[in-house]
Design a binder for this molecule. Structure first.
Ligand SMILES: Cc1cc2nc3c(=O)[nH]c(=O)nc-3n(C[C@H](O)[C@H](O)[C@H](O)COP(=O)(O)OP(=O)(O)OC[C@H]3O[C@@H](n4cnc5c(N)ncnc54)[C@H](O)[C@@H]3O)c2cc1C
Length: 264
């Protein structure tokens, strides 16, 4: 990664250029903005997170200086195309009532959204021989981005829980990764991820290994406990973060999710 690129923080209102249903519960939104902003974002790590500012009322324009006009949510930078002047973000469609999910579900070409991004060139994972990648649907963008960057020499397992078989995605990688898709139509009621991970033969401490975990709060907590306490994975071998908390809107669960991470 080139750390000398002169990246700038992004704070811009962008417009929907195109919308694609990747699967029945996954929506890719292509956004267009200022050419220099897109060129700036194109230098940032794919898979890094951004903040999306969802309009409170689609009929009222967002004012970046008035936080009563938008709701802030965290998503993943999934790609950029400088020639087309577009970036894209993938949204889980988990219901119309939730601001971000509902916005993406009903988004139309020309709709506005605010995008905030901090400069980032750091890779998402350190070098390792063996990877354990675990997540629910919200983690597909980050895990997909990691898979795309792994070298052919890497091995490992990737376990992703989605709504149903129709929501499995083709994720490309040069690495030798065994993919396991789990199906869970209601991830607010629990997850099979922890039981599945407990059934695996994991790489040993003698191996160079790294785990990346991103999913719902309770299962992140259980997975962190299992790997860190029961399996003795060190802090340097594990990144785990709750991407959402069942029953709680994102802005109301930030402190719980951060505290769970700090407890590592
Ligand atoms: C670093 C980071 C990166 C993320 N990247 C992505 C991404 O690229 N794509 C993506 O789709 N999500 C991503 N998420 C998760 C996303 O921010 C949350 O799912 C967020 O709560 C969605 O906002 P909302 O307005 O739709 O729902 P909220 O208003 O936050 O929540 C409303 C209700 O919906 C529930 N809920 C939230 N998410 C889900 C879900 N996935 N399934 C079922 N119920 C849910 C909540 O528990 C709450 O009860 C990321 C989160 C983090 C921290």
């Amino acid at each position: 990664m080139n750390n000398t690129i002169n990246q700038k923080p992004v704070r811009e209102i962008m417009t929907v250029a195109h919308k694609q249903m990747i699967t029945p519960h996954y929506i890719r939104i292509y956004l267009t903005g200022q050419a220099d902003t897109i060129a700036n974002i194109a230098t940032m790590t794919v898979g890094a997170n951004n903040k999306v500012l969802i309009p409170v009322d689609k009929a009222q324009p967002i004012d970046l200086n008035d936080n009563t006009t938008f709701v802030v949510r965290t998503y993943t930078h999934r790609g950029a195309d400088v020639a087309k002047q577009q970036i894209w973000i993938d949204f889980v469609a988990h219901g119309d009532e939730a601001p971000a999910s509902g916005w993406a579900t009903h988004a139309e070409v020309g709709d506005e959204i605010g995008i905030l991004m901090k400069p980032k060139t750091k890779a998402l994972c350190p070098d390792a021989d063996n990877f354990l990648l675990i997540g629910d649907a919200t983690a597909i963008p980050v895990l997909g981005s990691i898979l795309e960057t792994l070298p052919a020499s890497a091995t490992g397992q990737c376990i992703i829980e989605v709504h149903g078989v129709e929501d499995e995605q083709e994720l490309s990688t040069a690495a030798n990764i065994t993919m396991t898709w789990l199906h869970n139509p209601d991830p607010t009621q629990g997850s099979q991820l922890i039981d599945t991970v407990k059934s695996l033969d994991l790489p040993t401490a003698e191996q160079s290994r790294f785990a990346y975990i991103a999913n719902e709060f309770s299962s992140v907590k259980a997975l962190r406990h299992y790997l860190k306490v029961e399996q003795q994975w060190s802090k340097d071998e594990l990144y785990a973060f709750s991407y959402w908390k069942a029953g709680v809107a994102e802005d109301q669960s930030v402190s719980d999710r951060q505290a769970e991470k700090n407890n590592e």
